[in-house]
Design a protein around this ligand. Structure first.
Ligand code: COA
Length: 157
């Protein structure tokens, strides 16, 4: 059984993340979404709430689990008995940073392969920060985040 982890802040999860999750869940026997709990980004939603939102939008995917983690990604991957780290690439601008992180993770533990998946072009401009900005000014979040999360995100702002 091959297990992959898909890490991120997911503050909040977007349709771009969900696109990667759905596609990665078809490639691996088990996909564990890792929600970073000690982000330096000062998240708006607590890790528990971010994980809950992810569970709600992935409930149709039987081989997907969600958990929070703090510390190193390679240690989380090891605890989950994963062999692969999945990351999404939206544009070439993401590449340089992701390349560096993949090499760093490989140096920390050579057991893990990072697999990059291209985000669908229709989501390439979406980020969690953009979603928060739109929500802050009461803009329409339709198409950016899963429909069932819209009210929960709006309430926060
Ligand atoms: N669709 C839409 N948006 C996407 C996306 C996709 N497919 N993929 C990424 N994004 C967005 C994210 O929402 C995020 O937006 P934001 O900056 O507005 O919050 C941005 O792109 C960056 O995403 P990512 O590179 O995945 O960063 P992250 O902050 O979500 O997660 C970790 C980073 C958790 C993977 C990384 O910090 C980590 O592994 N930390 C653990 C500590 C560690 O091991 N460090 C050593 C290795 S670097």
């Amino acid at each position: 059984m091959q297990t992959a982890v898909y890490p991120g802040s997911f503050d909040p999860v977007t349709n771009g993340h969900l696109d990667i999750i759905e596609r990665a869940s078809r490639l691996y026997d088990r996909l564990v979404i890792g929600v970073l709990d000690n982000s330096s980004k000062s998240p708006v939603f607590s890790a528990a709430v971010r994980a809950e939102m992810l569970r709600d939008v992935t409930s149709h995917l039987e081989n997907v689990e969600v958990d929070t983690f703090s510390g190193l990604l390679v240690d989380f991957a090891s605890a989950k008995k994963a062999e692969v780290i999945v990351k999404g690439l939206r544009t070439v601008a993401d590449f340089e940073y992701e390349f560096q992180m993949a090499l760093l993770n490989k140096a920390l533990n050579s057991h893990y392969e990072t697999v990059f998946m291209m985000t669908d072009t229709k989501y390439s401009y979406i980020s969690s920060s953009m979603v928060k900005e739109v929500a802050k000014y009461h803009g329409d979040l339709t198409g950016f985040v899963p429909q069932i999360l819209i009210d929960r995100i709006r309430e926060k702002f």
